[in-house]
Design a protein around this ligand. Structure first.
Ligand SMILES: CC(C)(COP(=O)(O)OP(=O)(O)OC[C@H]1O[C@@H](n2cnc3c(N)ncnc32)[C@H](O)[C@@H]1OP(=O)(O)O)[C@@H](O)C(=O)NCCC(=O)NCCS
Length: 201
């Protein structure tokens, strides 16, 4: 039993140490990196200099931040606010404008992004037609994105809203709403929209 506990302790020190070292190596590559933010090994990232990370952020293992530097104003393409949690195998495409406000909880295997493949020419393989930006994505403060959900381009998720597991969100979600299904529909409204309006700072 004692040997078992010792092994557990050694394992957790090794795990923590690996994460700290990995974070230390990664952080200098980013546009900004806030205090106490951490990233787990296996991150796939492009254009880290176009990603602003706030303080107290967690980016779990095997997340993909597929970012391009298409903005011309010097601001970050992907903004991750303070205390945001990004789960395992989350995939974010940000080519122009994706903002994740503070305290957002993104659970595992979520896809979100502002771009999509072009498929206008039926005679050309879609792979050869490139991609284009289709509109900004914003996850407002405090919302929760359930496992396996997809947030399509040009969508805003409201403040403290809930996106159910495996939902496909094609349209804006009001503040304090719960949406589910494909395409996602409101299944609950936790606070009337008018009250939610007046709650804004
Ligand atoms: C969205 C969610 C929070 C709703 O929970 P809830 O408030 O307890 O809602 P209920 O279970 O009462 O469900 C309300 C209705 O929505 C439906 N519903 C709930 N979740 C759904 C989902 N993911 N997809 C489709 N419909 C769903 C229910 O079937 C029910 O429909 P009905 O009224 O016709 O019976 C929950 O279902 C969910 O998806 N949680 C995300 C889980 C997750 O990803 N966890 C990650 C942890 S790391």
């Amino acid at each position: 039993m004692k040997r078992h506990r010792l092994r557990e302790k050694a394992f957790s020190i090794w795990e923590r140490g690996t994460r700290l070292l990995y974070t230390w190596l990664q952080r200098g590559r980013f546009h900004t990196w806030g205090a106490c933010s951490r990233v787990s090994p296996g991150l796939v990232v492009s254009c880290p200099w176009a990603i602003a990370v706030g303080g107290g952020v967690t980016i779990s293992d095997h997340a993909t931040l597929n970012v391009k530097d298409f903005r011309t104003d010097g601001r970050a393409t992907l903004v991750i606010g303070d205390r945001v949690y990004i789960g395992r195998f989350v995939h974010i495409n940000a080519w122009q404008d994706v903002v994740i406000e503070p305290d957002v909880l993104i659970t595992h295997r979520v896809l979100l992004g502002d771009e999509d493949h072009v498929y206008d020419d039926p005679s050309v393989p879609i792979r050869q037609q490139g991609s284009k930006c289709k509109g900004p994505v914003r996850l407002k403060a405090g919302c929760w994105i359930g496992t396996g959900a997809a947030i399509l381009p040009n969508v805003t998720i409201g403040r403290n809203a809930v996106v159910a597991a495996n939902a496909v969100v094609t349209k804006d979600v009001p503040d304090h709403a719960v949406v589910a299904g494909n395409p996602a529909r409101v299944i609950k409204q936790l606070m009337p929209p008018r009250a939610a309006e007046s709650e804004r700072p």
